[in-house]
Design a binder for this molecule. Structure first.
Ligand code: ADP
Length: 166
């Protein structure tokens, strides 16, 4: 039976940190579903359709290299419900620091209570990308800083255009 992983996030924008988690989780699963969260009250910079398009572009080399099928969908409810719809047995999350740890483990445990059949797998961030956060990328870009160290070039153009439009 194929092992399917579900990796939820805002991906607003996708960063090299997310790509690191995606590439490493491709070693754990046969198929990976990326869930782009579009929750009410959580204002994103980049429209969901564009976030999906970007994720599709930048994850294609990972899919080709590993042979793992990567698909992308939006979800607006519980991650466990979206994971179930995707027939995933694993939810994947990344851990950067102690505050990620506290929040993610608590959420993982509550998700575990809601869906005992789905295991949350935490991957420790890689040293080279551990400091990257989408929120800081947006702040730096807003102030005219260079974000090419943190996000793929395809995402740089989208962030710039989205900031111009705001
Ligand atoms: P959310 O709004 O749910 O935090 P994000 O897209 O920022 O969405 O993050 C999705 C997941 O990716 C979370 O588990 C987060 O900890 C993880 N993540 C984000 N940035 C990094 C990074 N630089 N390295 C490893 N994991 C990361």
């Amino acid at each position: 039976m194929a092992r399917i992983g579900f990796y939820p996030g805002s991906f607003d924008p996708v960063t090299f940190g997310h790509l690191d988690i995606i590439a490493r989780s491709a070693r754990l699963v046969d198929r990976l579903v990326l869930g782009v969260g579009v929750h009410h009250g959580k204002q994103a910079l980049i429209a969901a359709g564009q976030r999906i398009e970007l994720l599709d572009q930048v994850t294609r080399p990972i899919a080709e290299h590993t042979g793992v099928k990567i698909s992308i969908e939006t979800f607006d409810g519980l991650a466990v419900d979206a994971a179930r719809r995707a027939h995933a047995s694993l939810i994947i999350r990344g851990l950067r620091d102690a505050s990620d740890f506290d929040y993610e483990v608590q959420m993982g445990q509550m998700n575990g209570a809601l869906a005992p059949d789905i295991e949350t797998v935490f991957l420790a961030a890689s040293p080279a990308t551990r400091m990257i956060a989408s929120s800081l990328v947006k702040q730096i870009a807003r102030m005219g800083g260079d974000v090419t160290l943190f996000i793929p070039k395809e995402a740089v153009a989208v962030v710039k255009a989205a900031l111009k439009a705001t």
